[in-house]
Design a protein around this ligand. Structure first.
Ligand SMILES: [Zn+2]
Length: 409
């Protein structure tokens, strides 16, 4: 009797199967601004039937650090994925799962005996998972990732050919959102994984080329919604669906150059730009910048950010005595040359200080046992412990509270 009970526990399936979809750069305003008229029936149904929230991100609020934080439940400075930019070269350490200094959800799920699949999710190369299509490239083609680089690194060997047999349009020049969706749909239909992580990157690329929440980015989002519908149709019954995003998006309409601002005022002290903020350890600089808040286009400075808030998200900036954030669509720059406040590229950008007003990503969870509830605003570090609890595993390093009790019936 005791032996039987032990066997039953060892073979216990996950509490719930999970399909986690990340739409890169999905700013919450895609859905909250009615003027944008985004037609995304699948996502809107998940939002209506399940729990949803806007999300305050991590610093730096960029693709690779944020994806690592959503999987580890700790900040970039703790998990080690601190890259403000995309990995640049084939040997770049941020591609590899071994770069993560703290355990990821996929490690713990695999260790608990679950079948895990990762598709274009950042920093999974070499991860201990059943199926992996790692985000990987040798060189980008413009902004696009060559298909072959991803397919060659996918595991187990032969998995890309199996997807190609099921989806004859799978193999092409570049890896795009339909590639990710095809791979995930194939695995959902044929391998019944317990945890699927799929990252769709085109909404971000489109915003970088055509401005935040542009008509083109909205078209791409609507196409992604169709692809999500195809994945949902192949899920095992009872699977919980989670939609996440890594950061919001704004436009680089005006550039604020604090070094020029200070030089023009005849102030000598040192000023820095980091994680979207302007900061200083110099009392004279701090006093001058404080006086520039609220001057609109003249200074581009919107508010002083409490140092407690800065230290909580970016301890390395704790050497500052004051920090300042810019107005919406104003980007802080370290440059010494150029106007103190001048025109920018007008294109979509991320990497802003995560707490700034309006700059939020999304979290949606829906399916078996999840109730319809609006959670308001959550912290990105709450996502990993919530997913762990839904799977029925523990993520000991993550200290933020799980939302599972707030969303489950
Ligand atoms: Zn991103």
């Amino acid at each position: 009797m005791l032996a039987l009970a032990a066997v039953a526990i060892a073979q216990r399936p996950p509490a719930h199967k999970l399909l986690v979809i990340s739409i890169d750069g999905l700013d919450a305003r895609f859905f909250s601004d009615p003027a944008l008229r985004v037609k995304a029936p699948n996502i809107r149904r998940l939002m209506r039937d399940g729990a949803s929230a806007t999300v305050v991100g991590v610093a730096p609020s960029e693709t690779w650090p944020a994806h690592a934080s959503m999987m580890t439940g700790v900040s970039p400075w703790q998990n080690g994925i601190t890259a403000p930019d995309l990995p640049a070269s084939p040997g770049d350490r941020f591609f590899a799962a071994a770069t993560l200094r703290t355990p990821a959800l996929w490690d713990l799920a695999t260790r608990a005996g679950m079948k895990v699949a990762t598709v274009n999710w950042p920093s999974t190369l070499g991860a201990d998972v059943a199926f992996d299509f790692p985000a990987y490239w040798q060189t980008l083609q413009g902004n696009a990732v060559p298909f072959d680089a991803m397919a060659q690194k996918s595991t187990p060997p032969g998995i890309a050919d199996r997807v190609e047999k099921a989806f004859p349009s799978f193999e092409k020049q570049v890896w795009d959102d339909s590639s990710s969706a095809n791979a995930a749909t194939f695995l959902l239909a044929n391998e019944r994984p317990d945890l699927v992580l799929v990252h769709m990157s085109e909404v971000e690329e489109e915003q970088r080329e055509t401005t935040a929440r542009s008509i083109y980015a909205r078209d791409t989002l609507e196409t992604d919604d169709d692809l999500i519908g195809q994945m949902l149709a192949k899920m095992a019954p009872g699977t919980i669906v989670v939609l996440v995003s890594d950061h919001g998006f704004e436009n680089d309409n005006r550039v604020v150059r604090p070094r020029v601002l200070l030089r023009e005022a005849g102030i000598k002290g040192r000023v820095e730009v980091a994680d979207g903020l302007i900061g200083t350890a110099d009392p004279a600089v701090a006093a001058h910048l404080k006086g520039l808040i609220g001057q609109g286009r003249k200074s581009g400075l919107a508010r002083e950010v409490p140092m407690s808030e800065v230290r909580a998200k970016a301890p390395a900036l704790g050497r500052w005595i004051a920090a300042f954030d810019t107005l919406p669509d104003y980007v802080a720059s370290d440059e010494e040359r150029g106007p103190a406040v001048g025109p920018g590229t007008h294109l979509g950008v991320s990497g802003f200080w995560p707490n700034r007003p309006g700059y939020r990503s999304v979290f949606v969870i829906a399916g078996d046992g999840v109730r319809a509830v609006k959670l308001g605003e959550i912290d990105m570090l709450q996502i990993a412990p919530t997913l762990a609890e839904a799977l029925g595993i523990k993520l000991p390093v993550a200290k933020s509270s799980s939302l599972w009790h707030s969303v489950s019936r």
